[in-house]
Design a protein around this ligand. Structure first.
Ligand SMILES: *Cc1c(COP(=O)(O)O)cnc(C)c1O
Length: 426
């Protein structure tokens, strides 16, 4: 019997095999848009989805496919599809489920860009989102109506300090018979495997920790393969005949891979939010060291958060890894390997002090990004969460007196020394 490999092995080997043409050990960058058909029958079979293969790189590409398989394996899913960004992954994940008049119930604690995408942009498709505090499970359940098609949250939430009780949320999703979509960007499959806790679909911004060094934007969708798309009649794109494929029924034909095949054959084909092979290559390189980086990210974040909490120039620190956090017990239970490396802290002196702090740091970079090897800082209220109303800012944990840090993997003493000198100037 084949051995089941551990996470550290899979992050290097899953989805990759020596190149059949050359024996190349590393996954080659297949920099091609098209693939020669063996003959006309082969071409017809591919176009009819009767045979799996490569047609055109808007749909599939071997380098991108290797990454999709690797992320799906690390998440414990049935299938994975990569796309051009995390935001593309969110639209791609909702696309097979939604239609005009349908809604999702989403957590209030989300990445700022996601709040904007869900409050405004998806309305152009006739979709909408109801935002609910996911700590209030009764409110979550009550928000679900006959038009709801998915429940959406982040595992370890961005901008930080909050961790979702995924098993509790998944139990509600089960009860109401809807798919749970979890954005696992800030946690990564090293710290959290949402599918094991009952999630249906996982989405990622591979731009962050999976690539790990701030080089490329990308996204991924992983399907658990466990949801019965035909049971309720609510997901006709997956259960009913698809006119663009001669009446093919995705769920009936592809079973646990229905969502994955639909994402490629309809989603990527028609929405075109494709990841390019160069981008996939950078992420394949980065993901090989995911567990090593995440361990260091978490260890550094713990030390920096504890140091800041003890500093009189700081009002408070919201990091679920700290014993003082209201989410400390939940973090230990649901995220035993650590609460991530993203958190916020409030600086005495408010908005002005935050601006001064950000401008005084030398090692930290002031950027709108996270999950880099480098330590990063941003004043969310004046940047990433600027488009949000004051109420939304507060709900998302992005108050005006708070800065968000993404703790890197540098020497932790250097990170703390930089914060120390900058706080002295505030
Ligand atoms: C960055 C991020 C996104 C958006 O991803 P992009 O790759 O920038 O499109 C979505 N969710 C979370 C939690 C993120 O951190």
């Amino acid at each position: 019997m084949a051995r089941t490999y551990g996470f550290d092995t899979l992050q290097i080997h899953a989805g990759a095999r020596p190149d059949p043409a050359t024996g190349a050990r590393q996954v080659p960058i297949y920099q091609t848009t098209a693939y020669v058909f063996r003959d006309a029958d082969h071409a017809a079979a591919l176009f009819n989805l009767q045979e799996v293969g490569y047609i055109y790189s808007r749909l599939t590409n071997p380098t991108v496919a290797a990454l999709g398989e690797r992320i799906a394996t690390l998440e414990g899913g049935a299938g994975g599809v990569c796309c051009s960004s995390g935001h593309a992954a969110q639209i791609m994940a909702l696309f097979p489920l939604m239609g005009p008049g349908r809604n999702i119930v989403a957590s209030t604690r989300l990445y700022g860009g996601t709040v904007t995408q869900f409050s405004h942009t998806i309305k152009r498709f006739g979709w909408s989102a109801k935002f609910v505090d996911f700590d209030d499970l009764a409110a979550l359940e009550a928000a679900v109506d006959g038009d709801t098609r998915a429940i959406f949250c982040e595992s370890i939430a961005n901008p930080g300090g909050y961790v979702t009780d995924l098993p509790a949320v998944a139990a509600i999703a089960d009860k109401v018979g809807l798919p749970l979509i979890v954005d696992n960007t800030s946690a990564t499959p090293f710290l959290c495997r949402p599918i094991e806790m009952g999630a249906t679909i996982v989405v990622h911004s591979t731009t962050k920790y999976l690539t790990g060094n701030g080089t490329v934007t990308g996204g991924a969708i992983v399907d658990s393969g466990k949801f019965d798309w035909s049971a309720s009649g609510k997901f006709p794109s997956l259960s009913e005949p698809e006119p663009a494929y001669h009446g093919l029924k995705f769920h009936e034909t592809f079973g646990p891979l229905a969502f994955t095949f639909h994402s490629i054959a309809i989603g990527l084909r028609d929405l075109g939010m494709t990841m390019n092979p160069q981008g996939a290559h950078y992420t394949l390189m980065g993901i090989e060291t995911l567990s090593l980086r995440m361990e260091r990210h978490v260890a550094n974040a713990m030390k920096v958060a504890a140091w800041l909490e003890a500093d009189p120039r700081v009002d408070y620190v919201t990091y679920a890894g700290l014993p003082s956090s209201p989410y400390a017990e939940r973090a230990k239970r649901v995220y035993p390997k650590g609460a991530g490396a993203l958190f916020t802290f409030a600086v005495k002196g408010g908005y002005e002090a935050c601006v001064k702090l950000v401008d005084s740091l030398e090692l930290f970079s002031h950027v709108a990004n996270l999950g880099d090897t480098r330590s990063l800082i941003i004043h969310s209220a004046s940047t990433t969460h600027r488009q949000l109303s004051p109420e939304q800012q507060m709900a998302a944990g992005a108050a005006p007196n708070m800065v968000r840090v993404s703790i890197g993997i540098e020497d932790v003493d250097d990170i703390i020394a930089d914060l120390d000198q900058a706080l002295a100037k505030v």
